[in-house]
Design a protein around this ligand. Structure first.
Ligand SMILES: [Zn+2]
Length: 185
């Protein structure tokens, strides 16, 4: 949904009020355009992305396809603080394969929202399952959450790992172990 100019300037003024509430002089040189920049940053980051999953005939490809260390950035929905890290995505084709860049794009599609890590992991896996109808999908995500590093428990070197396994990766220990051997978590 495109915001109107009035809605945007209202949002900017609300953010200026937050800066003032925090004791900041929001009209000093360094801050005077910050409300505008911050709203523009959020609009850009949260802009809904569309993703077209063009698939191709697998032509006999029936072994695991794995993409590792896909970097991602997200914003935690509880604190609007960044969390970021790496995702690993794998699937075992049945009859269809997908362009490799789509796996990384699928990570961004769900990461670039107000989110929690568990939900992104599930959404990526379920979307790939739906689009490719493969024999299985595995997704793991490893992230650092700034809301945990900078506030609250202040654990700056803690990494959180989440995973979602579907089909063969859930049912077949061999497929799961093969995937785990390929990724470094
Ligand atoms: Zn948080």
């Amino acid at each position: 949904m495109e915001s109107t100019l009035t809605e945007r300037s209202t949002a900017e003024e609300h953010f200026r009020a937050i800066l003032e509430h925090l004791g900041q002089d929001s009209y000093r040189e360094g801050l005077k355009d910050t409300p505008k920049r911050y709203i523009a940053f959020l609009e850009e980051f949260l802009k809904p992305k569309s993703l077209n999953f063009t698939t191709f005939d697998a032509e006999g490809a029936d072994e695991m396809v794995i993409q590792t260390n896909i970097p991602f950035y997200s914003l935690c929905e509880h604190h609007i603080a960044p969390f970021f890290g790496f995702a690993n995505v794998a699937y075992i084709p049945d009859t269809r394969i997908v362009g490799l860049s789509k796996l990384a794009r699928c990570v961004d599609l769900y990461a670039n929202r107000l989110q929690n890590q568990e939900r992104i992991t599930t959404q990526i896996a379920e979307r790939l399952q739906k689009e490719l109808e493969p024999k299985g999908v595995a997704v793991t995500m490893k992230a650092q959450h700034l809301c945990m590093c900078m506030r609250g428990v202040k654990k700056h070197d803690t990494w959180t790992t989440t995973s979602k396994m579907l089909g063969a990766f859930k049912e077949d220990q061999k497929a799961r172990s093969e995937f785990m051997a390929f990724i470094s978590i």
